[in-house]
Each structure stands twice: as structure tokens, then as C-alpha cells.
Design a protein around this ligand. Structure first.
Ligand SMILES: [Zn+2]
Length: 193
């Protein structure tokens, strides 16, 4: 091997290593938990979830107003008004895209009647019968669902894996302007495309 050939092969090898590293870090990034603001609310009681088979998308849906909410406010409301153990959703996505932890991830939620034992509840703040989810909320819900699908081994292309609350119970939730975008969330949750 002459000097020129040696340099050429070294360059190819180095490039290969760099590409390999780049691909690895991409994959690692893809499996990394998105930024979730942990909250440590007090729950009166709750139990462990035995299985996680699907994700239910909600809106907060306050009557007549499309507004932001905090997980803390919903926690208080669900305890004091609904008489529940605490916030029923596992995740709340604020209008600025911040993801807040609600109920602890491994616990049974209170968000979709008769379906809580095997599902995760993700709620976007707003009333999407009136308003529209913000692009920050859409980006956050996609990343969250991508990560949840990997965490629980779910294939979002399959029917019933990412659903709107209205698919399960008699409700307008998650509102028509979010419901019509569930296809985007399912696609992204499969391959981030
Ligand atoms: Zn709902």
C-alpha cells in the first residue's frame, strides 16, 4: 500500500467510524425520554397498572373556553370536584409544549371509563372543539407518544393503540380539532416521520 492509498483508506475508515457514531447517537436520542416535568402530588390511593396496551388522547375541555391548565390545577379539581384519588391523566401537555407528569406512569389512571386498567392517559390543555392545539403541543405529544410506544412496546400503526377518548366513551374529547390530527401522532410515534 503506498502512502496515498494508506491515507485514502484511513479517511474512509475514519468517515465510517464517524457515521457509525452518528447513527448510534441518533438511535440513543430517539429512545431518550422527552423532557418531562416531574410532579409529586399526593394521591389518596391508587394501584399499579398490570399492562399497558394503548394510549388515550384527551383535551381538558373546559366548557366554552380554550385555555391552558397546570397539572396542579387539574389534580386539585379531580380530587375536590370529582372525588378521585388525584389527577386522572398520566401526562398533561401545556399550551407552550411543556410536558407535566400527572399520575405516576406505572399506576392505573382515571381518564377513560372501563379502559383505565390497560392504558396511559395523555391530555393536552385546551378545548379543541373551540380552539386548536398549538404546534408546540403537537410536537410534544408526538415525541411523548414516540417514547411511550418504545417504552411499552406498542406499534402505533395498529388500530386501537393511539386513540381519542371519544373512541371509547360517549364524549367529544379530545375535541374535533385534535381528533382529526391523531393520524399525524400515530405516524410520528411509529418512526418519527
Ligand atoms: Zn377525555
Amino acid at each position: 500500500m503506498d502512502r496515498r492509498e494508506f491515507l485514502r483508506q484511513s479517511a474512509v475508515c475514519l468517515l465510517g467510524l464517524m457515521m457509525g457514531e452518528w447513527k448510534l447517537s441518533e438511535v440513543e436520542a430517539a429512545y431518550t425520554e422527552p423532557m418531562i416535568y416531574k410532579r409529586f402530588f399526593d394521591f389518596t390511593e391508587y394501584k399499579d397498572r398490570k399492562a399497558t396496551e394503548f394510549i388515550v388522547i384527551h383535551h381538558t375541555g373546559f366548557p366554552g373556553v380554550d385555555k391552558d391548565s397546570t397539572a396542579a390545577a387539574i389534580h386539585k379539581y379531580h380530587q375536590e370536584h370529582n372525588g378521585w384519588a388525584g389527577i386522572g391523566y398520566h401526562y398533561l401537555i401545556r399550551k407552550d409544549g411543556m410536558i407535566e407528569q400527572g399520575r405516576q406512569p406505572g399506576k392505573v389512571g382515571a381518564h377513560a371509563q372501563d379502559n383505565n386498567e390497560t392504558s396511559i392517559g395523555v391530555c393536552l390543555a385546551g378545548n379543541f372543539e373551540i380552539g386548536k392545539p398549538t404546534e408546540q403541543q403537537m410536537a410534544a405529544v408526538k415525541e411523548l407518544c414516540y417514547w411511550l410506544c418504545r417504552k411499552y412496546g406498542l406499534d402505533s400503526r395498529k388500530k386501537g393503540v393511539i386513540v381519542g377518548h371519544r373512541d371509547l366513551n360517549d364524549t367529544a374529547c379530545p375535541g374535533k380539532n385534535l381528533y382529526k390530527r391523531l393520524g399525524e401522532i400515530r405516524r410520528f410515534a411509529y418512526d418519527r416521520a
